[in-house]
Design a protein around this ligand. Structure first.
Ligand SMILES: Cc1cc2nc3c(=O)[nH]c(=O)nc-3n(C[C@H](O)[C@H](O)[C@H](O)COP(=O)(O)OP(=O)(O)OC[C@H]3O[C@@H](n4cnc5c(N)ncnc54)[C@H](O)[C@@H]3O)c2cc1C
Length: 510
């Protein structure tokens, strides 16, 4: 049976690997010349800049995602770096008792607990209560591979099992808290302010903080040395070694349908490729409303398109700099307040400055030099997308204006680096959309709603269309690599079930 897959991102590659393992003939059609989609890094001059895998859930055996990654790449051949501190968050109003304004989010839970109690002994009880659920989560690793349900639904089924009762108790205790409401449990002003600023001033459900921290502590959410592209290429190598075929530089224009059955793809130069089944692992909006002309939708999908049900995840402005300086002494990742807001040409006012110093990955820059990125998340993506499309001089001028402001500020923050900048690269929401087709330059599909356990409105099928499957980070609000790989695996499993093939895996980690 022949299956065409649109998109060679992590989800498409994963689906391809498992389908090849199960005897299907697959072809991946990718518009770009490289694999990985959003899981990418790029070279400029002597430097490599990365834009994705700050941490990969399941980089070691402390998370059951390790088992899935091990099925599609040799995890022992990848060196993962586990940070001692996840992020340093600068406060504006309060300092700690040592006069320091940065709160350090340690990845080791014992260290984090000790650090917080040292700063705020008066909050010992609240601090211990903050750490405890994470310890419990560690005991009951979520079961992401137990069935073919999407991630959170499978989690719900998992926690229904009685052995998860302790987990359920603690989950229910914190599930309605956000970092803002939780901050009120502390009386120490520095800890309170730090908690509120953990997500750049956004109010985020506590599970979003607690779950990853419980895995960081087990050193199972590391950064892959060599960067995201290196990581994605390893999955591509597995796919090719299993006999899959990659068609690069082959943008898909339309999914050919006949009487409600997906028949094949219309690609560049109007060439056609017919197949028994079609999977789209590409952008949701493109798939449903461009490739299929909006012919296979229900009311819920129309409301999704009109953004009545969910919002699209933030896009990002990423400024990357190649700096001819050794910056090993500086924290690798921090967000600090600005004395004066930086106003983006898209109108967003930023009161904080997020800097990522890749001083822990020496493959990204020559000795004595460092790759550095500054990121600003934005919802004003149409400004960049429209300017690039309709007014290129305006787009270039906006990039230059913003970049100059960032350089001035970076020079202050890192202490005299201006004259050491050798390479500059600026990626806007238009860049992310252009290279990967993600709607509105989204970096992770849909933004999660308040209810993290709500049913995802995007499934594997479209109403009224046969022989078609959909799999990508748009399947589950919040997206990210775990969702991309999970949906890729689940869609392959579903196809095996639908066509009565016993699902098997050929582990790639020896
Ligand atoms: C700045 C940034 C930081 C991130 N940090 C993290 C992180 O630390 N941890 C984490 O887990 N996740 C992170 N993510 C998110 C993660 O990268 C994505 O959620 C994940 O890679 C999505 O994979 P995907 O395969 O579902 O989609 P995509 O990567 O979007 O892949 C879709 C593929 O389809 C191709 N395509 C689209 N349209 C067509 C067409 N018409 N014809 C042919 N091909 C087409 C695209 O070119 C692309 O290759 C980050 C993302 C960004 C941008």
């Amino acid at each position: 049976m022949k299956i065409n897959i649109i998109g060679g991102g992590v989800s498409g590659l994963t689906a391809g690997c498992y389908l090849q393992m199960n005897g299907f003939e697959t072809h991946i059609f990718e518009k770009h010349s490289i694999p990985g989609g959003l899981c990418t890094s790029w070279e400029k001059g002597e430097y490599t800049f990365d834009s994705c895998a700050h941490w990969i859930l399941g980089s070691d055996t402390g998370s059951s995602f390790y088992k899935i990654w091990s099925e599609i790449l040799d995890m022992k051949k990848i060196e993962f770096h586990n940070h001692e501190i996840r992020v340093e968050v600068g406060t504006k109003t309060h300092a700690n008792k040592y006069g320091e304004k940065n709160f350090k989010l340690y990845t080791n839970l014992t260290r984090l607990e000790e650090y917080m109690i040292d700063l705020a002994p008066e909050d010992t009880k609240a601090i211990r209560e903050f750490i405890k659920p994470m310890r419990i989560m560690q005991k009951y690793d979520l079961p992401p591979i137990m069935d073919d349900l999407p991630f959170f639904q499978s989690m719900v089924r998992g926690i229904k099992m009685t052995r998860y009762l302790e987990f359920v108790y603690w989950f229910l205790k914190i599930k309605n808290y956000t970092n803002y409401t939780y901050a009120r449990k502390f009386s120490n002003p520095f800890i309170r302010e730090s908690f509120e600023l953990l997500y750049d001033g956004d109010e985020v459900n506590m599970m979003v903080l607690s779950m990853p921290l419980s895995v960081f502590d087990k050193k199972s959410a590391g950064y892959p040395i060599g960067g995201s592209m290196n990581f994605a290429k390893k999955i591509e190598q597995t796919y090719l070694s299993l006999g899959g075929t990659m068609h690069y530089k082959t943008p898909v224009k339309k999914i050919i349908t006949e009487d409600g059955i997906a028949k094949g793809l219309l690609v560049r130069n109007d060439a056609t490729h017919f197949s028994d089944l079609t999977i789209s692992a590409a952008d949701w909006n493109f798939t449903v409303f461009d490739a299929l002309d909006g012919k296979f939708v229900d009311q819920e999908m129309i409301e999704l398109k009109e953004l009545k049900k969910l919002e699209v995840f933030y896009s990002v402005m990423q400024f990357s700099f190649g700096i001819s300086k050794d910056l090993t002494e500086l924290p690798h990742f921090f967000r600090v307040p600005l004395e004066e807001d930086i106003i983006s040409p898209d109108g967003t006012a930023y009161s904080r400055f997020e800097v990522h110093i890749y001083n822990y990955d020496h493959t990204l820059a020559p000795k004595g030099k460092t790759s550095v990125t500054v990121s600003f998340y934005t919802t004003q993506r149409e400004f960049w997308i429209d300017a690039r499309k309709n007014d290129r001089p305006k787009y270039r001028a906006a990039k230059t204006e913003f970049t100059n402001k960032i350089i001035e500020r970076l020079d202050i923050t890192l202490g005299g680096i201006k004259d050491h900048i050798e390479v500059i690269d600026v990626a806007t929401p238009a860049t992310f959309q252009r290279y990967t087709n993600n709607w509105k330059g989204s970096t992770q599909g849909w933004l999660p709603g308040k209810n993290l356990l709500a049913r995802s409105p995007v499934g594997f099928h479209l109403p009224g269309l046969k022989n078609f499957y959909y799999s990508s980070h748009w399947n589950q609000p919040g997206g990210g690599l775990p969702i991309a790989i999970k949906t890729g695996r689940d869609v392959a499993k579903k196809i095996c079930k639908d066509y009565k093939v016993k699902f098997k895996v050929i582990p790639q980690t020896k």
